[in-house]
Design a protein around this ligand. Structure first.
Ligand code: ATP
Ligand code: MG
Length: 393
């Protein structure tokens, strides 16, 4: 199995080695976790090779590895001796006869290390001619611009590799190489996607979930936990945990003291403040949310402004430039859509539920006016005391 990785190769040698090591580590972890036994893993400059003893295993490895952050593509391949040209030609012919079918158009593509005595072009011609001459009964045609099938031959310093298929990987950077963030994850469509996009850039996430208690439903809580579990599957590391914060008391205080149109904004401000404290404890360097712009009335630039002002930690909003369609499409690809798409009552404290609507433009003065009334700091402290750290091995 050939594993290719992208952006890592443009980093400085030191960073590159660190990232390559991390990538190999995450591959090993994921294969072990999903009980895929392999014979060995070898890293050469620019590539990782995973050795398996059957083609079914290769398929399984490809499925797992293509979902590891940092992997650009994978190809099931056969490794053979490279120094005996006769043997190489025979082997490529045998390989091709198993792949090519009557009437196919094909091409042979060769890449070789500089020291190999034959140039890539020459070898392509030799191998192409072998195939055409020997498999005449198949009526094959060479097509170099848009072939139906391509036989790839990579001649490296020690061995040669033959393959014809490439599976696209998820891309990004190896998990954890870019540091750590706290991700606010609800049971909605957006926040798991936001967390995932951040993870894709090499960031470790610590999810935080606010349990709205009596203000929500059991289904809504289950949905959020399922979404967090799904996100966990994407994290190729043995350690993973999240925080569950009881939020009932906070919503009681808000609904009792704050005009209904500001419920959502106060709710968010408290969530952000508590998440910031957790980030401090976790030495996480940012918060991640599923906020977008203009999606719902509460997500206007004015509101994002007043919410952001309450914390000093950076807030990452990876969905800011995405349309709902685009978010849904990612959610489907990463497996969170089926969990989060179900529409159920999520918050009974919301203005909509209480027959009103959320203020689209909140001013800082409003926040300051009601902050004392709800005993803001005390609420934050109390919620943190009751926070539960839950392991998801
Ligand atoms: P989502 O689809 O992620 O629920 P949303 O479009 O419903 O987002 P809001 O309800 O305005 O948007 O929430 C904005 C963001 O605040 C969410 O994307 C999420 O990051 C965070 N958030 C909201 N509710 C919770 C919760 N109960 N626990 C943790 N984070 C939450
Ligand atoms: Mg939501």
């Amino acid at each position: 199995m050939i594993v290719r990785y992208g952006e890592i190769t443009v980093k400085s040698p030191y960073v590159r080695e660190l990232m390559e090591k991390e990538l190999v580590k995450t591959i090993k972890y994921k294969l072990k976790r999903n009980k895929v036994n392999v014979i060995g893993i070898r890293k050469i400059p620019g590539r990782i090779f995973i050795y398996v003893d059957s083609s079914e295993k290769a398929v399984n490895v490809a499925l797992n590895v293509s979902k590891i952050f940092g992997v650009v593509s994978t190809s099931p391949a056969v490794e053979i001796e490279r120094n005996n040209l006769e043997y190489l030609r025979k082997f490529v012919l045998k390989y091709s006869s198993a792949i090519l079918e009557k009437g196919d158009t094909f091409a042979v593509r060769v890449r070789r290390v500089k020291k190999y005595p034959i140039t890539s072009k020459e070898l392509e011609r030799i191998l192409g001619a072998d195939i055409l001459n020997t498999l005449q009964q198949l009526n094959l045609r060479v097509n170099l611009t848009n072939p139906l099938k391509t036989i790839h031959v990579e001649v490296r310093t020690r061995k040669a590799y033959i393959y014809h298929e490439t599976v696209k990987g998820v891309g990004g950077l190896p998990y954890g190489v870019s540091g750590k963030v706290v991700a606010l994850i609800s049971g909605g469509i957006d926040s798991p996607v936001a967390a995932w996009l951040t993870m894709k850039r090499g960031v470790k996430v610590v999810p935080v979930f606010f349990d709205l208690g009596d203000f929500t439903t059991k289904e809504a809580i289950k949905k959020a936990l399922k979404a967090i579990k799904k996100i966990r599957e994407w994290a190729p590391s043995p350690e993973f945990y999240f925080y569950k914060i009881p939020f009932n008391i906070v919503l009681e205080a808000i609904t009792r003291n704050v005009p209904v149109q500001y419920t959502c904004i106060f709710c968010k401000i408290l969530m952000f403040k508590i998440a910031e404290r957790i980030a401090e404890k976790e030495e996480a360097k940012a918060l991640v949310t599923g906020e977008s712009l203009g999606q719902v009335a509460s997500q206007t630039l004015d509101n994002l402004y007043v919410i952001s002002r309450v914390v000093s930690i950076p807030i990452l909003r990876p969905l800011i430039g995405l349309d709902k369609e685009e978010i849904i499409s990612i959610a489907k690809n990463i497996g969170t859509y089926e969990i989060t798409a179900k529409s159920i009552i999520e918050c009974k404290a919301s203005p909509v539920f209480r027959g009103s609507h959320a203020a689209a433009h909140t001013r800082n003065e409003i926040i300051d006016k009601y902050k004392d009334k709800i005993h803001f700091e005390e609420l934050v402290m109390k919620s943190l005391e009751e926070a539960m750290k839950i392991n998801l091995p």
